[in-house]
Write a protein that binds this ligand. Structure first.
Ligand code: CTP
Length: 419
């Protein structure tokens, strides 16, 4: 089997130091890595350390004469199975979207005929800037794979979306893309890497199915520093995504702001608000099954203040006007591309089965998994649920969230097979 070859382009930004860990992980997965650094990236990571880890020459300039004699830049871009830009700064994304080629990295990106994965990393405001979002949309249209940035604390002391995903998550995405790539070029993977997405044949079989999962809370901004949230940990939804991938499904996990690692073999889309979650879910269609586990905030602030809201000193109550968020489950139920099997969760603190049964009909779901959240379920490791279907109600015993996930995935695989 051929060893997969990754051309890793490292652009400038504080996250560039994570590229070293990424190289180590890829080498541990038996991939050959060749690194290219931009001038800005060299301020954050040295060609020497990259050279030691990649065990190869590190390319850092368009007019690297010695290298140019040995290997032309066109050839460099064609020798790889996958081109990965990590971190991808706002600047390099703009150049890629505009087709600029003013240094070695951008020249290679314009010259390549291989799949490209870009992993953006930047300040939250830069990420949300219309120009960056326009460039991302353009790149997606051009067929570039984008691994969405993670949400969290930034080096610049701000919080939000824009962090480079953890190297282990980038490595998982690279493996996923390499398993997708055989349509273009067979035998890209070694046996060791291929096992990552191989279905567990002893359990439920979702091979060839696309499963969509939502998980975690949503955050609804009130002003630049405050938001409306809830106590959802995301653990149950992540466990379901992991169980579906284990069963061989292609899994899209749309996750609200949670600090959980992405399960192996799962494509994760990070979102913050209910409206972002709805558009990510719609963009992921069609799906054979959708399991909406997210605790979507029911309301958002009617007007998000542009500046931090200040106390006026009077002690008078501050009015906060709320608007109802779109209902993602009900929207999917009425969608032209309604998933074949639509499963909702119902978090209830009383009359659990009654409320869940009514919710199933009201929202147009096939099944509702009802859980009693009056205890410490949110954030805990166990869950006691009832499965409400058109045929009736089943009470499941108290189980770890991973076992609830495994049981639900088994039921879903059987239901899809029976169709
Ligand atoms: N849900 C959704 N979009 C929303 C609210 C909820 O998709 N805006 C989904 C959840 O992911 C879950 C199901 O609907 O699968 C039920 O969520 P829950 O919070 O229990 O229901 P609510 O609609 O909030 O109903 P209520 O507040 O009346 O209990």
């Amino acid at each position: 089997m051929t060893q997969p070859r990754i051309l890793l382009i490292i652009s400038g930004g504080i996250a560039a130091y994570k590229a070293l860990e990424l190289v180590r992980l890829l080498k541990a997965r038996d991939m050959a890595v060749r690194a290219v650094v931009t001038q800005a990236a060299k301020q954050f990571v040295t060609p020497l350390s990259l050279g030691v880890l990649t065990e190869d020459h590190v390319y850092d300039g368009l007019f690297d004469l010695k290298a140019e004699r040995e290997i032309g830049h066109i050839q460099l871009s064609r020798e790889a199975d996958l081109v990965v830009v990590a971190p991808a700064s706002a600047d390099i994304l703009a150049k890629m979207a505009g087709g600029l080629a003013d240094d070695l990295a951008t020249t290679l990106l314009l010259a390549t005929d291989k799949p490209v994965l870009a992993c953006p990393a930047m300040n939250v405001r830069m990420w949300h800037h219309k120009a960056t979002q326009r460039n991302i949309a353009q790149l997606k249209e051009d067929g570039v794979h984008i691994l969405e940035p993670a949400v969290g604390a930034m080096a610049c002391n701000e919080w939000g979306k824009g962090r480079l995903p953890e190297p282990v998550d980038i490595a998982a995405e690279i493996e996923r893309l390499l398993t997708e790539a055989p349509a273009r070029e067979p035998q890209l993977l070694t046996d060791t890497t291929r096992t990552i997405n191989a279905p567990d044949l002893s359990g439920p079989n979702l091979f060839g199915r696309h499963v969509l999962v939502t998980a975690g809370p949503t955050h609804e901004p009130i002003d630049p520093v405050r938001y409306i949230a809830n106590r959802s940990s995301g653990k149950q939804g992540f466990a379901i995504a992991a169980a579906a991938a284990q069963a061989g499904a292609r899994v899209t996990l749309v996750a609200g702001p949670v600090m959980l690692p992405t399960p192996a073999g799962v494509t994760r889309v990070d979102v913050e608000t209910a409206r972002e979650m709805l558009s990510a879910v719609q963009a992921a269609l069609p799906a054979d099954a959708a399991i909406l586990v997210a605790a979507v905030a029911d309301w958002r602030a009617t007007d998000e203040a542009a500046q931090k809201i200040k106390k006026d000193g009077s002690g008078a109550p501050v009015p906060l006007h709320l608007t109802e968020n779109p209902d993602i489950l009900a929207t999917l139920a009425a969608h032209a591309q309604r998933p074949g099997l639509l499963v909702g969760f119902a978090a209830e603190t009383e009359k659990v089965v009654d409320h869940a049964t009514a919710k199933r009909t009201r929202k147009g779901a096939d099944w509702i998994v009802a859980n009693d959240v009056s205890g410490d379920v949110m954030g805990g490791a166990r869950n006691t649920v009832h499965l409400v279907t058109a045929k009736g109600v089943e009470a499941w015993p108290d189980l770890p969230k991973s076992a609830v996930a495994a049981r639900l995935i088994e039921r879903i695989a059987n239901a899809l097979d029976a169709r």
